[in-house]
Design a protein. Structure first.
Length: 276
């Protein structure tokens, strides 16, 4: 089927009280492995292209891969920009055929975040593309982008932001972090519930790698509708390669790495869809 927008799959998540997985992709094999999982579980999926992949390969090859996979897919597929760094980058992604873009102005002063987010929303909505924004910069490191310190979103900023920015999804900082957690994450569920009571668009949880299942499902019950997983996907692929050291068959090596990613993706999908 053709690519769909983030707004479309989040409407499904809202109706079913589940979360749609957003998996970062970095090469051809990872999205192929994820699509095997999504089709096996009959679940919509968000194939996310982040800054590391863009820096390594530009905006030419991975969008073509995602488009091809979507055309032959039996489940809805979103092509999404992760942590867009500028208005200009989001426009480039609109031209490349993305059906969803994230503009991350969370590290800017509030007024600048509002101004830039509004401009991105205006441009993207004009061509039918969804927009995710962010408040409360997510700590940790991903694709060379680093934020440190507490990332608890300010509820007054949430209220003021959604009054003027018509985004389709909102990522909020509630103690989540990019990368692998050192110990059990300390998520502020009361703050998450308070965000939802303000009438936000569907909420997004970044830093989904390593969060325990019970915490994931509590977050979903409080309004999280998209969960990002990047680090665990990459580690699964690399572990598959490492397990094949010494093998001289390139297809077997990549097959082992893909198998690890498919297994991980199926586990995450079932967790996010409350399938046990």
């Amino acid at each position: 089927m053709a690519l769909v927008t983030l707004k479309e799959v989040l409407e499904t998540a809202e109706r079913t009280n589940t979360a749609i997985p957003g998996f970062n992709i970095d090469n051809i094999e990872i999205p192929e492995a994820i699509m095997e999982a999504a089709e096996a579980e009959n679940c919509p999926v968000i194939l996310t292209i982040g800054q590391g992949a863009i820096q390594a390969g530009g905006l030419r090859h991975l969008p073509d891969v995602v488009r091809r996979l979507a055309e032959s897919s039996t489940v809805p597929v979103v092509m999404h920009l992760d942590h867009g760094v500028s208005y200009e980058q989001t426009i480039a992604c609109l031209r490349a055929g993305f059906t969803s873009v994230m503009y991350d102005g969370s590290h800017h002063p509030f007024a600048e975040n509002v101004r830039e987010s509004t401009a991105v929303v205006r441009a993207a909505h004009a061509v039918g593309v969804s927009v995710e924004c962010e408040l409360g910069a997510i700590s940790g490191v991903e694709d060379g982008i680093s934020h440190s310190g507490a990332n608890l979103v300010d509820l007054d900023e949430v209220r003021r932001f959604i009054e003027v920015v018509d985004c389709d999804a909102l990522a909020v900082g509630i103690g989540n972090a990019h990368g692998i957690y050192k110990g059990t994450p300390n998520l502020d569920f009361d703050r998450l519930a308070a965000c939802r009571r303000l009438g936000t668009p569907p909420l997004v949880l970044h830093g989904g790698s390593g969060i325990p299942a019970d915490m994931i499902q509590r977050a979903i019950s409080l309004g999280i509708r998209k969960i990002n997983v990047a680090t665990e996907v990459r580690l699964a692929f690399l572990e598959g390669l490492e397990a094949s050291v010494g093998c001289r068959d390139i297809y077997a090596v990549y097959g082992a790495a893909k198998s690890r990613v498919t297994e991980l993706a199926r586990t995450k999908i079932r967790m996010f869809q409350n399938k046990g």
